[in-house]
Design a protein around this ligand. Structure first.
Ligand SMILES: O=P(O)(O)OC[C@H]1O[C@H](O)[C@H](O)[C@@H](O)[C@@H]1O
Length: 315
């Protein structure tokens, strides 16, 4: 018997436990049996399951779950720098830090909380962080699981004093797929992209949809606010909707690069594609007191649902 949404206690549907390194994990559940697990290491969503218990995010079998190493899988937060185009470590420090649960976050619009199981997290710079990146910020991350099973991430970054600062950002979303050769991405047609495999040279997408035959590492610019990742074999489509995140990073390392990465298992590159809502080409600049919000919502739906209900996908 399922639970009725009317009597479901969303606050109680959030549990905190410790992993084997003593790091807090937050488990969110919805009345239909979907779940999401978030580690305070990195504020990283490390699992998202549908109501059938199927895992929707990829995590490498060799992922290292111990700070200060980043975990390969789920949704690492890249902040305040995406990639290595800056003075900080690759993808910035946020994914390697211990975040705190925020018991009293500033309010968000009611439709961002009602009918959802959620957790609010907070990251503030340590003394050590300020040596490398001397900017006072508060980063609030809300992770929600909707009654529909959708996973929603809302980031709010505030400049709390001092001088203006700039940052780039990505929700580095590792989607689980049956086989990368069965995947196509719709919504990126005709867009310009920066190719990370060619020193960020700018190209224009020519194909109808993006498919994979080799390593891909691109930053699509000014993308539409909904794109679809179709997994033909698993008959599943991920619909990614975003606000405040103009760019989309698409990455699959393919065989050779994945072999050179210590935290990637054999042939595992076939089971993943990263599709990140991001802000890269034009970094965000915040003056003192200003706040930026970036929202990502992912649905995982049967492909038949998408082709028959294209309007519902927003494409
Ligand atoms: O190995 P990581 O630091 O987690 O980065 C993994 C990948 O992230 C992004 O997709 C970048 O565009 C890639 O160039 C990078 O290889």
């Amino acid at each position: 018997m399922g639970h009725s949404a009317a009597i479901w206690d969303y606050k109680a549907a959030m549990e905190i436990s410790k992993d084997w390194n003593g790091i807090d994990h937050v488990l969110l559940r919805n009345p239909q049996g979907a779940s999401a697990r978030i580690s305070l290491h990195g504020g990283q969503v490390i699992s998202w399951k549908n109501d059938q218990g199927e895992e929707l995010l990829f995590t490498s079998s060799k992922a290292i779950f111990k700070p200060p190493k980043a975990m390969r899988g789920g949704v690492p937060i890249c902040f305040p720098q995406f990639g290595n185009a800056g003075s900080l470590e690759q993808h910035g420090f946020a994914r390697n830090k211990l975040w705190a649960v925020d018991d009293d976050p500033p309010p968000l619009p009611p439709n961002d909380s009602v009918g959802k199981s959620l957790v609010d997290l907070l990251l503030k710079p340590s003394e050590e962080d300020l040596k490398f990146w001397p900017h006072s910020f508060e980063y609030r991350l809300r992770v929600s699981l909707a009654a529909s099973g959708n996973l929603i991430l809302i980031s709010r970054v505030r400049n709390i004093n001092g001088k203006p600062f700039s940052f780039s950002f990505a929700y580095h979303t590792y989607l689980s797929v049956s086989d990368i050769s069965e995947v196509r991405i719709e919504g990126l047609e005709t867009l310009d992209y920066l190719d990370n495999l060619h020193q960020r040279e700018r190209f224009t997408e020519q194909g109808d949809a993006l498919t994979f035959e080799t390593e891909v590492d691109r930053i699509y610019l000014n993308s539409p606010n909904a794109i679809a990742v179709l997994d033909h074999e698993r008959k599943r489509t991920y619909v990614i909707r975003k606000e405040g995140l103009p760019d989309i990073v698409v990455w699959n390392p393919w065989e050779k690069k994945s072999k050179s990465m210590v935290d990637f298992g054999d042939e595992e590159y076939k089971q993943m594609v990263c599709v990140d809502g991001a802000v890269i080409e034009k970094p965000i600049t915040l003056k003192p007191g200003e706040e930026w919000t970036g929202r990502l919502e992912i649905s995982a739906v049967p492909s038949s649902f998408c082709s028959e209900n294209l309007e519902n996908t927003g494409l």
